[in-house]
Design a protein around this ligand. Sequence first.
Ligand SMILES: Cc1cc2nc3c(=O)[nH]c(=O)nc-3n(C[C@H](O)[C@H](O)[C@H](O)COP(=O)(O)OP(=O)(O)OC[C@H]3O[C@@H](n4cnc5c(N)ncnc54)[C@H](O)[C@@H]3O)c2cc1C
Length: 403
Amino acid sequence: MKDVVIVGGGLVGGLTALLLQQSGVNVTVLDAAPILDADKVLATTNPRVLALSKATIQLLETVNVWDKVARHMPYTGMHVWNQNGYGDIEFGQPTTAPERSQWLGSMVEPSVLNLAIQAQMQQKIADYRTCVQVTRVEKAVKGWCITLADGTQVQTKLVIGADGANSFVREQAMIKLDTLAYKQSAISCAIKTQQPHLHVARQIFLPTGPLAFLPMKDDDWVSIVWTLPEDHTDEYIKLDDDAFKTLLEKSSLHMLGKIIDVTPRASFPLKARAAEHYVQDGLALVGDAAHVIHPLAGQGVNIGCLDAAVLCDALLNDKARGMWANLQTLRRYEHIRKGQNEAMMHSMSAIGWLETTTFTLLVWLRNFGLKRVQNIPQLKDQFMHQASGLNILNKTRYSCTKN
Ligand SMILES: Cc1cc2nc3c(=O)[nH]c(=O)nc-3n(C[C@H](O)[C@H](O)[C@H](O)COP(=O)(O)OP(=O)(O)OC[C@H]3O[C@@H](n4cnc5c(N)ncnc54)[C@H](O)[C@@H]3O)c2cc1C
């Protein structure tokens, strides 16, 4: 009987496995994905980036993954404003050569990050199985029984579902899912701009939805995430490159000058999903398996990493007391993280709606909100502290104040 089996070895599953392993827990990781080919990953630039918070970077440092990340782009400033009004807010500052103390976070290509996580798991997790498909997850008399596509069965006291938005573990445990279709999609691609990004992440709220410019490589490449109503997405995806560049320049008010180059565009449907429960007896969900939020705040993976930290902290507290995967402990994890994640999810949905509205009163309120935060430094600091995730991380053993 295993102590813990983690289904899914993406960022959140990998982080959970490494946090437990470094505290002496024997972990099994089952992942359907293959080991990435490092040469291939590093030879191509993924046009999509993840905006990692300070807390996520700190967690990746804790498990020695961060120094394996082959490339990333720190950001030292954030600028958010409304096209439809005068609301405008800035955090941090632009810079040409960011020092670590100035970082607000960093942008990483998902494949580059997965490469680093996989490399560390290959070194540290003795039972790390890739290219395995989990086909059944059943409650047994004691713990859970997991069946793989080749018929192998694994018995475990605790199963952690870190298997993404379409979680099979969640489905097998019959945990209900609330889904909110935003009727929006996001277009993502990389662009080369005339003016340098100066390590500033920019987001404009257009009447159709937010458009984000995220610094990604060199001084003049940014990744864009453009949230649009579904019919606009289809139309914009079909445009030829020149027409798309012109539209983007106009929509962004030529903020970074001319757009010189653009990579092929991809689109993602946007849905918010929330599992009704994060835990059952001997089972816990983390990351996208438990919740999927709007990408406008770039927080999806960051809140997943905080799930990993809070769950591991609770499990390791139990272990120190000679217990393991106590249902009360799992419920405490659910209580802490579900509340925090749902608050984030609802505020994102509300912002998404508020920012696309053209009702005059709401436009005024929205601008007033941005201006108010911009003009009160303490409010800005508080906002940044929350966005960094450190307020939550600092309540666990992974706090930088406890290192
Ligand atoms: C357009 C867009 C932009 C985004 N931008 C950001 C951003 O800027 N910042 C941010 O933080 N987040 C962002 N996100 C969200 C982020 O990508 C996700 O939150 C994150 O990838 C989820 O990580 P995860 O480990 O929970 O799941 P995943 O990365 O989906 O990993 C799941 C793993 O489970 C494995 N698996 C699945 N099923 C099985 C099975 N049956 N058996 C075995 N293994 C299985 C898969 O192989 C995979 O390795 C964005 C999302 C979108 C769509």
